[in-house]
Design a protein around this ligand. Structure first.
Ligand code: ADP
Ligand code: SF4
Length: 693
């Protein structure tokens, strides 16, 4: 395998102020849901990126002072010297293979509700805190003394960053999250003093703080500025104003890190945004500055990356999600191992870890955030144990990941699939509107499995319980998936509702199998609240149907708040003419009519319908497992027989790939007993006397 010489440019070193990056692969700051709570887990995750060849690696948002914090979201803290050791460990991990280590410093201003610190939030201009969660808190407008204090807090953070061993400091002014953007934008800066009004004045704080950074670090650290490419709205810091700003201050930072407007706009899912979607907003900016420019765009294709550099659009290829899905992306390009690249599918499951205060996971990279907790590695397998053979039944995301990880460990793997297609649910879901990139879950794994000598794949092989016992495997995993329910049972209705058999009822499985409802008017009942309901509404509209979207929630697809998609989904459904029935649920399905009940008042109404689609919940396909377990499986030499993935407990695709990995990792490992299956850190008790009166 050799690298295509056209990709050589990606490996040319480039200076960032006083530092030199070894290549053009730049891992921009990204959250991970672990933050200050899980310091070793985060550090080890960043270490895999160092190993994987990234030239620059950043932390997530690091809050510099308790007067501005974004609880319930878990990022990093650099509030006092006590915070240095955790970040120093992270910097050390980042630098372990020659990457530059960067820290992103944030003061959240109008974006920080301070629910934990209880300090009064300080903002460029006071007003209600602008968060996802509409916290009932307002910020106070900073006076000139507050601004002087803020400079001091930044200076302390610069000193601590240097002490922790970082090479680069990134000042956060993007996504509406950082106070630098609040100063720049007329939407959030209504000041009439030297810090408000003209662009020159709105830029003043940035100039001061960058000067402070250089002074405190004696010019030894590079200073980068992360700004939004475009803030929407009449008063927003628009792309045109950003260009004016860069023209005025072209040499101010050592590098311009440019990321589209809000986080939702910047980190769009593949359903709504293609690779390289920010190109129009960033094109031409390089001509305004002598400093390097980094931009993002969910880049996974080396050709697309090279084009950005050769066309003079970017100097560095910024990546958050592609670096999560494949921490070894740079090394694989460097070594010409293109077919090994595990491409991000753009599902934003990683974002949900941060949004829910959990710990992030990745659909594609099952080791993400488990590097330290469980000792999983994105590339290096755990050595094989004492037994030799495994049988996996079902080649969906669970079965494919189980097979790949077991095969990498060195087991002789047999994978049996009932149909002629590998991929299970993703083979079907990838055909739905906007979801084609999800097929990468199957493509990556089937591509990896194909050349492996210790893997046998049988298609068109629906196994029976007797087959399982006869196959002589040491370990068997049943990964037979799940089936969408045909009654209304999910969260609201825990039992089926009265349904006239004359009404045609469909499930997502029917529609994915290419059986559209007859008739014109379709009632779609969504008590699943993730993507499937709205995707099927789009499909039905494309098939010429009139869709009534019924959900007991107050908004459509409410869990997609966590994937940053909810607003876009709502807009899309309104644009294509879907009729919404929010806070409603079907109470009875009649002939040509659905009776709806209001979830608050119980008031009933009726809508005409030719067919009903239930997007509610799924029944595990676990009959094979239970039938096999009823036989004398241990007597036939099988050591373990497990039910995994959607066949055990249906969930998102990321839960399925995780289940496959967890099964393969556990082969020949001791049972964990009554302790957690992962390492964790427990906050140390502070032995010192209180420094407060
Ligand atoms: P998961 O998300 O857990 O991987 P899927 O529904 O995507 O679940 O995949 C399950 C796969 O198992 C499907 O491809 C299905 O055809 C296959 N399958 C179901 N029953 C059997 C069986 N008895 N033998 C072999 N394959 C089966
Ligand atoms: Fe990409 Fe999805 Fe993984 Fe996030 S969770 S990195 S969007 S594949």
């Amino acid at each position: 395998m050799t690298r295509d010489p056209r990709h050589d440019i990606l490996f040319e070193p480039l200076k960032i102020g006083p530092k030199t990056a070894k290549n053009r692969f730049y891992q921009v700051p990204h959250c991970n849901g672990g933050g200050y709570r899980d310091p070793s887990a985060v550090a080890e995750m960043r270490r895999t990126k160092a190993e994987g060849g990234w030239g620059v690696i950043f932390t997530e948002q690091t809050e510099i002072h308790p007067t501005s914090e974004i609880t319930p979201f878990i990022e990093q803290h650099l509030w006092e010297d006590k915070d240095i050791p955790a970040l120093a460990a992270m910097a050390e991990a980042m630098k372990s293979h020659g990457a530059l280590a960067g820290i992103q410093l944030a003061y959240s201003g109008i974006n920080g509700p301070n629910l934990y610190s209880r300090e009064v939030p300080l903002a460029v201009t006071g007003g209600p805190i602008l968060t996802f969660t509409s916290d009932p808190v307002q910020a106070r407008t900073m006076d000139l003394q507050d601004i002087r204090d803020l400079r001091q807090w930044f200076r302390a953070a610069f000193r601590r960053s240097q002490q922790a061993g970082f090479d680069l400091i990134c000042l956060y002014g993007a996504h509406g999250f950082g106070i630098l953007q609040h100063f720049l934008s007329r939407a959030t800066n209504h000041r009439t003093d030297d810090y408000g009004g003209s662009l020159e004045n709105r830029s003043r704080f940035l100039r001061e703080v960058i000067e402070d950074a250089r002074e405190v670090t004696k010019g030894e650290l590079a200073v980068t500025l992360r700004l939004s490419l475009h803030e929407a709205g009449t008063f927003g810091f628009s792309n045109a104003e950003l260009r004016d700003f860069i023209e005025m201050h072209g040499d101010l930072p050592d590098l311009w890190d440019l990321a589209h407007g809000t986080w939702e706009a910047c980190s769009g899912t593949s359903r709504f945004k293609a690779e390289g979607a920010q190109e129009d907003l960033v094109k031409g900016i390089k001509a305004l500055t002598s400093k390097p420019v980094v931009g993002v765009g969910r880049f996974t294709s080396p050709d697309a990356m090279v084009r950005q550099i050769k066309a003079g659009i970017l100097d560095f290829i910024g990546a958050a999600r592609p670096s999560i899905a494949d921490p070894f992306l740079p090394l694989k390009v460097q070594e010409g191992r293109y077919e090994d690249i595990r491409e991000c599918i753009g599902c934003n499951i990683c974002v949900t870890g941060d949004m829910t205060g959990a710990i992030s996971r990745c659909t594609q990279n099952t080791a993400f955030m488990e590097e330290w907790r469980k000792g999983w590695h994105p590339e290096r397998p755990r050595p094989k144990g004492a037994s030799d053979t495994v049988l996996i039944v079902g080649a969906g995301p669970t079965g494919l990941e189980a097979a790949l990880q077991a095969a990498k460990r060195g087991y002789a793997v047999t994978l049996a699939e009932a149909t002629t297609t590998l991929g299970g649910r993703v083979a079907r879901e990838r055909t739905l509107p906007g979801l084609s990139a999800w097929g990468r879950v199957a493509d990556y794994r089937t591509g990896q499995l194909a050349p492996m000598a210790n893997v046998e794949i049988y298609r068109d092989s629906r196994l029976t319980p007797e087959d399982l016992l006869a196959m002589g495997a040491d370990h068997i995993a049943i990964a037979t998936g799940a089936t969408w329910r045909r009654d209304a049972v999910a969260r609201l209705h825990l039992h089926p509702i009265p349904t006239d058999p004359a009404m045609p009822v469909f499930t997502p499985d029917d529609l994915m199998a290419g059986n559209p409802p007859e008739g014109q008017r379709v009632t779609l009942y969504d008590d699943d609240h993730f993507y499937m309901g709205s995707v099927l509404a789009e499909l039905l509209v494309a098939q010429g149907k009139q869709v009534d979207f019924v959900t007991p929630a107050v908004k459509v697809a409410e869990w997609t708040d966590n994937t940053l998609e909810q607003g876009t989904i709502m807009r899309r459904l309104l644009e294509i003419g879907v009729t919404m029935h929010l806070s409603k649920a079907p109470e009875a399905i009649g002939v040509k009519e659905v009776t709806l009940g209001c979830t608050w008042t119980g008031r009933q109404s009726a809508i005409p319908a030719d067919a009903v689609v239930f997007v509610t919940s799924r029944t595990p396909n676990d009959s094979l497992f239970h039938a096999a377990r009823a036989l004398d499986w241990q007597g036939s030499g099988i050591r373990t027989l497990k039910l995994i993935g959607d066949a055990a407990a249906p969930g998102p695709i990321a839960w399925a790939t995780y289940a496959g990995r967890a099964w393969a990792e556990a082969l020949d490992q001791p049972e964990p007993g009554d302790i957690p299956t992962f390492r964790r850190e427990i906050a140390a008790l502070d032995p010192g006397p209180s420094r407060l009166p």
